[in-house]
Write a protein that binds this ligand. Structure first.
Ligand code: HGY
Ligand code: MN
Ligand code: MN
Length: 416
């Protein structure tokens, strides 16, 4: 396949302005975004993305999970399309670039091809996957998981948020439930551009992460049940303190992850304490453990050690426990040819690059099961993400989008 000329580049100013325009929807309180999945703000962001896609001559498809597929014709309509995208939903205290850079980077590819009057043999489809974050409705990467056959559609519709609202009902409420069967689309390849969400590229002053693998993950929801009682008049030996249990499990998760350094991480991010009153000993604690590693064996060992530790902690405190896996994916190895297209593009364009294992999960991790897939990463300031202070430079966005452009266009094959 003829590679695009090294002078073929995207329009960095237009990409940057488009990202800043999207950032106005669902603003956070500290400069980032709160555009959680299936909220009115998510719906508003979808409408804006659809408007831009239609202005670029794309035809919008929508599946039963609300995933958006903006289709650009190819010279050969029977050729399998090349898909490119990520997600527009954010964390409650999210940044402007997590996910958004990958969706709007895909749109910028189309806009640039339109500017240059370039046709490709294979159609190109810019994609916005519903509920990548999993913060309002667990698990993460929900729609791409249904698309890849990992989750059943009805099971996904039944996921509930903290207020007890169903995913399926909320998708209907915001008016973004499509008719297309999830997963029917066949892809020649899928590419995703994403900020690194870690410090490696910036620390090493490298422009591009060529993502060869993604680490695996377990999300374990733990419910500890003790007994509510007065914080003043209940003698210490008689307490059944679920809050203390949660604190000890939090320390346990950290210690276990530290035993497998540098190839493991672990923390507790979501916590609900009941009744959460200043002078009541917590009778119940519900929280989610997030452990990750590039190695399946490490991941499983960590899980086993943590579950055994929870039993020991609860016995000592006379509290009961339940552990429910609410999210999991095995470590991912991305497609060698797609990874090579990314690496060759960075080389051709003169961007410094290095192979990288993704610390975060991405829709690409599931789509890799049903199509040849690879990811492009760019640095982010201090490696910070899932924080409103998340920041990248326009140059980093340009480097990432240029490499994405070349990888996608080379795979879609330019028609002279
Ligand atoms: O959890 C993750 O890794 C992703 O940000 N949803
Ligand atoms: Mn993301
Ligand atoms: Mn994220």
């Amino acid at each position: 396949m003829a590679a695009p000329g090294e002078n073929l580049r995207i329009n960095a100013d237009r990409l940057w302005d488009t990202i800043m325009e999207m950032a106005k929807i669902g603003p956070g309180v500290a400069g980032g975004n709160n555009r959680q999945t299936l909220t009115d703000e998510d719906g508003e962001g979808r409408h804006l993305f659809k408007k831009w896609c239609e202005e670029a001559g794309l035809e919008m498809g929508l599946d039963e999970m609300g995933t958006m597929f903006a289709y650009r014709e190819g010279a050969d309509p029977d050729a399998l399309p090349v898909y490119v995208g990520s997600h527009l939903d954010t964390q409650p205290t999210g940044g402007k670039y997590d996910g958004v850079l990958g969706v709007l980077g895909g749109l910028e590819i189309v806009r640039t091809l339109n500017d240059l009057g370039i046709r490709t043999k294979h159609p190109i489809v810019v994609t916005n996957w519903t509920n990548e974050e999993g913060t309002r409705f667990a698990p993460a990467m929900l729609a791409s998981g249904v698309f890849a056959g990992v989750h059943d559609l009805e099971w996904a519709y039944d996921r509930k948020d903290a207020a007890g609202k169903r995913f399926g009902d909320e998708l209907e409420r915001i008016g973004w439930k499509g008719d297309e069967t999830v997963g029917q689309r066949k892809m020649k390849a899928f590419f995703e551009l994403h900020i690194e969400q870690g410090p490696i590229l910036e620390d090493e002053d490298i422009d591009i992460g060529v993502v060869t693998h993604g680490q695996g993950l377990w999300w374990l929801q733990v419910t500890l049940t003790g007994k509510e009682s007065h914080t003043g008049s209940t003698p210490m030996p008689k307490r059944r303190n679920a809050g203390l249990g949660m604190a000890r499990v939090t320390e346990l998760v950290h210690e276990v992850a530290m035993d497998y350094q540098p190839e493991a991480v672990g923390a507790i991010g979501h916590v609900e304490i009941h009744p959460n009153s200043r002078n009541v000993i917590p009778g119940k604690a519900v929280f989610t453990i997030d452990i990750r590693s590039p190695h399946e064996k490490v991941l499983d060992e960590m899980r086993a050690r943590i579950e055994a530790g929870i039993a020991t902690i609860c016995e000592a405190l006379d509290i009961s426990f339940e552990v429910e896996p609410v999210g999991h994916f095995a470590p991912v190895t991305f497609d060698k040819d797609c990874v090579k297209a990314v690496r060759d593009a960075a080389e051709r364009l003169g961007y410094s690059h290095r192979d990288l294992v993704s610390g975060a999960g991405h829709d690409a991790c599931w789509i890799n099961r049903v199509a040849p897939t690879a990811m492009v990463m760019c640095p982010c300031v201090d490696g910070l993400s899932h924080n409103e202070a998340e920041e990248i430079s326009k140059e980093w966005a340009q480097a990432g989008a240029d490499v994405l452009f070349h990888a996608v266009v080379e795979t879609a094959e330019i028609v002279e």
